[in-house]
Write a new protein. Structure first.
Length: 75
């Protein structure tokens, strides 16, 4: 993954494979769930020709202010 692709990886609708029917929402959705709902973070480590590693770091429990948002929206 080059630097430009890495910079856009979590943007909505970004894909390098649109010609194969990809829509580019997967990493964007994962990013929003991990950071906004679970209070975690995502580390992306990549080197051109060397592969890509995406590490999800989440707390054992979501922060209470985020948990309250989820509870109120589901009621």
């Amino acid at each position: 993954m080059n630097q430009e692709t890495q910079r856009q990886a979590f943007d909505p609708f970004f894909t390098t494979r649109r010609d194969q029917g990809r829509v580019g929402l997967g990493l964007h959705i994962v990013y929003n769930i991990v950071t906004n709902r679970l209070g975690g973070r995502i580390d992306l480590d990549t080197r051109p020709g060397g592969g890509t590693r995406i590490r999800l770091i989440v707390p054992r429990e979501a922060p209470s202010e985020l948990a309250e948002v989820v509870v109120h929206k589901s009621i």
